[in-house]
Design a protein around this ligand. Sequence first.
Ligand SMILES: *Cc1c(COP(=O)(O)O)cnc(C)c1O
Length: 230
Amino acid sequence: MSLKERIAHIEQRVKEACERSGRSIEEVHIVAVTKYVSLDTTRSVLDEGISHIGENRPQNALPKWEALGGRGTWHFIGHLQSNKVKDVIGRFQYIHSLDRLSLARELEKRAAAKGTQVLAFLQVNISGESSKQGIQPHEAAAFLKETAGLPHVKIIGLMTMAPIVDDPEQTRPVFRALRELRDDLNAQGLSKEPLKELSMGMSDDFEIAIEEGATWVRLGTLLVGKGEET
Ligand SMILES: *Cc1c(COP(=O)(O)O)cnc(C)c1O
């Protein structure tokens, strides 16, 4: 399958998941995760009309960003070390992996210095696996209170990673719990504006995530393959 065909196929599956759950397709955005693939493939993704690019390592992403002249909208999706924040701010508009207060403060400092604002998802470890990053669900309310006053960091929603399972259906409770947490936080009115976004769902489980309310799905393997041979 060509990249164009793969994109068309994925878009069809997104549409069907929206239909099944009575959602509007406009609410669901695809982030093309290009961490496995080359600059050329990343450029092809942009050429095919997918404008959201996801990367998880600054050292791999920055050369691509430079070569592409910052084309597209860039999403940082991996664990972000505080000493890398200065490289990410001004290039990545979205951070999906805000997982600690010290990172929020560093993002604030660097975004303020550059006169820009960064949009962030609070990463929550719903599954409770020790291998996963993210704050615990019960810590989310306090986190939002602590960060509500940061003018250059805007938390727009929540992000989670589901466990790796044999049957994607098993991920549903994790995605549902993230949506319920978001709705619960919004009911408490803790952030400046209600949290609208849910970043959840990857190649194996994005349809379930959409059925449970995902507004951003992060697709690597299915969209661009795992390496250059695909
Ligand atoms: C790699 C990665 C993805 C994409 O995973 P695929 O299964 O290849 O679609 C999504 N989100 C995060 C945080 C990732 O690190």
